[in-house]
Each structure stands twice: as C-alpha cells, then as structure tokens.
Design a protein around this ligand. Sequence first.
Ligand code: APR
Length: 230
Amino acid sequence: MQKKRLVVLTGAGISAESGLKTFRDSDGLWEGFDINEVATATAWRKNPELVLDFYNERRKNVKNVQPNSAHIALAELEKDFNVTIITQNIDDLHERGGSTNVLHLHGEIFKMRSVQDESQIYRINDEIKLGDLAKDGGQLRPHIVWFEEPVPMIEIAAQMMKTADILLIVGTSLVVYPAAGLVNYAPWQIPKFIVDKKLPTINSLYNLTGIEKSATEGMKEIIGLIKKYS
Ligand code: APR
C-alpha cells in the first residue's frame, strides 16, 4: 500500500534546542543584528564584507551543533510516511538528522554562488571573503535568500503542499511571507498539526491540532497522534 504523504514546514524553532538562535525570540538573532545591515539585497550592495562576516559566523555555529531529537524524529517518520520537509532553515540539521527529502526555501549555509551566473553554485565549509571569485569571475556570495529577493522554490513548495495527506508545522512564527502562506495550499480537510513553544495565531486552518511545547517534547507527542493516519 502507498505510504501517506506527510508534508512538514519547519522554522528556526526546530533547531533552537541544538543551540542555534531563532530570529524573533527574546534572544533571537534579530535582537543582536539589524536585518537591514546583514540580510537584505541592499545590505549586500552597501557593505558586502559585513554580510559575509555575518554568514561566516553563522556557518561556524552550524558546524559546531548537532541535530536534536526533533530532527531525528522527523527522519524516523520516513518509515511510515512519504515525508517531504519544506524548511525555512539554512542549516543542514534535517539532513544530518537523517531526513532524505528536504527543500530549503531560504537557501543553504554550506552553499555559495556567483553574483553573475547564479546557477554557478558551490559547496563552502569555511569562510567566504571579499575577492573570492567564481569561475565566471563573479564575487562569491552565500546561497541564501535575502529579504528583498524572490524565493525561487516557492512554486515547487506550494505544489508539494497541495499533495499533502497530513500537514505538520514545527517551530516557525509564520510571519515571513511567502513561506508562511504555504500552509494555505494544504488540502482544506486534511489533519494538520503545529508544534511550537509559543503557538502562533492561525485562524485560516481547519482541522488543526496545536501542541504548545518545545520541538523535542512536542514531537514525542506528535508521533503517537500522526501514526494513526499511516
Ligand atoms: N521548540 C519549538 N518552537 C520553538 C522553540 C523550541 N525550542 N524555540 C523557539 N520556538 C518557536 C518560537 O516560538 C517561534 O514561533 O520558533 C519560532 C521561531 O520563529 P522565528 O524566529 O520568527 O523563525 P522563523 O519562523 O523560522 O523565521 C522565518 O525569517 O528571518 C527570516 O529567513 C529567516 O527563515 C527565516 C524566516
């Protein structure tokens, strides 16, 4: 029998217990940094060095942490479900946790690309410096979607949402669009679950069960609830 399709939308909250800061919590990244100085296309034009330093630091942080039991629980659900993870996270903790089908909406911290030919994408483990050039002579930049930039994978992600038999949302404040709007592409009647230590307000979703717990604790509860649909 064909496995049911479980589509999962994740955000920074799922990596918080691994030691990576979220963006908008009290101790979040955007408390310490000005988005407009480090995470917009304008910032890149104005001060590329500052932007490179910001992502070089984040790359170092991701290298120093491990996936947590929430990441691993999602990977284990692949035994019972056809799992697709749509993540807003640029870390590789889903993949390191064992998930095999992960779509990164906002880019990946261990990738870089040319500012000229954007299809020239390379792996990067350490630092990108000003003057580091791609084969086409273009300055290398983090392969990240900054504010003011389009989200190239959004159409594919919306198509995936439409095929869901079950929707699970973990650790996202659902305030950044177009990512947050993806939940509305899930079929109206399907069972939906959200895990967050502080549940965001969602009025538009029918058949939604909220679990106001940390990602690791919430996933333990979710496993039992979701398995009955397999
Ligand atoms: N367990 C579960 N949820 C948690 C935990 C935890 N341990 N810690 C924090 N959270 C929740 C918060 O309550 C919040 O709802 O995770 C969410 C984090 O929200 P944001 O910081 O806004 O992160 P996210 O939703 O991923 O941001 C979206 O914004 O800054 C941009 O591009 C960036 O991809 C990012 C996008």
